[in-house]
Design a protein around this ligand. Structure first.
Ligand code: DAK
Length: 258
């Protein structure tokens, strides 16, 4: 059973969580398949990955509550580790990722979207971390990534109250970068992915690494990370191609990812 589908086209990959009968809830099989699919992405050809949910109702309605309900402490820890490791793999995928949030993004679903670089939402999207209403904490990085994305006060308010928010509020607090009518979401997301894919891939990857790694350290160390990555771009054909084209007042050749 393919709970996670992956299709590559035109240098972009579309990864779909495919368990619509349970609103794409994440059980251990879905998470293990997500892990394998992430490992299988050809980073030489795919330049941006879109993550979305199957069906029209949900992105991902959370970790699978039925499966979690019977876990022991030890099993809960290992389920949390499985999810955390895979979400971290997604977050640190060398190429950019965009979550196309097409409906409910609750608990582990909100956390999955926050492990992507950019979030675009449909007008029907609903975000939330309902865990404290279920007697648990967010377990797939919600306490960490929400505060980094929307600030500590707003993250605490949302997580302590377990209040769901609709797409316009998610936009207002900066949790998502844009909201589109449901029928336009994928086309708009693909447009953004293609635009990213059209830029120099090694430079784009370096920007992702510089932002992600730089946010974990102080500004001086962050600047040093940027300097190293900036310097490494000067070893690429893509930098020489683009800059010589600028100097010679012509259009650069297509980027070759080296
Ligand atoms: N898990 C399992 N099944 C789910 C599900 C979920 N999270 N969400 C929905 N489903 C299933 C429903 O049971 C139903 O199945 P059937 O009854 O048809 O077999 C089907 O999907 C359709 O759902 P509804 O009938 O409920 O649809 P409605 O439109 O009425 O309601 C809803 C949609 C999204 C409002 C509702 O389904 C809902 O409230 N779902 C649960 C949302 C939620 O609370 N999600 C957060 C889960 S907690 C950790 C690791 C991970 C986590 C925490 C800790 N560690 C190990 C430390 C993560 C926690 C979470 O994600």
């Amino acid at each position: 059973m393919a709970f996670v589908e992956f299709e590559a086209k035109d240098q972009i990959g579309i990864l779909t969580i495919n368990r619509p009968e349970a609103l794409n809830a994440l059980n251990d099989q879905v998470i293990s398949q997500l892990d394998k699919v992430l490992d299988s992405i050809d980073l030489n050809t795919v330049r941006c990955v879109i993550v979305t949910g199957a069906g029209t109702k949900a992105f991902v309605a959370g970790a699978d509550i039925a499966q979690m309900s019977g876990l022991t402490k030890k099993e809960g820890e290992s389920f949390g580790k499985l999810g955390n490791d895979v979400f971290r793999k997604l977050e640190t995928l060398p190429i950019p990722t965009i979550a196309a949030v097409n409906g409910f993004a609750l608990g582990g679903g909100c956390e999955l979207s926050m492990s992507c670089d950019i979030r675009l939402a449909s007008e029907t999207a609903v975000f939330g971390q309902p865990e404290v209403g279920l007697g648990i904490t967010p377990g797939f990085g919600g306490t960490q990534r929400m505060a980094r994305l929307v600030g500590m006060g707003k993250a605490k308010e949302l997580i302590y109250t377990a209040r769901n928010i609709k797409a316009p509020e998610a936009l207002e607090i900066g949790l998502v970068q844009a909201v589109y009518p449901a029928e336009e979401l994928m086309a708009q997301t693909e447009k953004m992915a293609l635009r990213i894919a059209g830029n120099a891939p090694i430079a784009v990857r370096a920007c992702k690494k510089a932002i992600n790694d730089g946010l974990q350290v102080d500004i001086e160390k962050g600047a040093a990370i940027e300097e190293g990555l900036f310097g490494s771009c000067f070893e690429t054909k893509d930098q020489k191609n683009a800059m010589s084209a600028f100097v010679e007042k012509r259009k650069h050749d297509p980027f070759v990812n080296c």
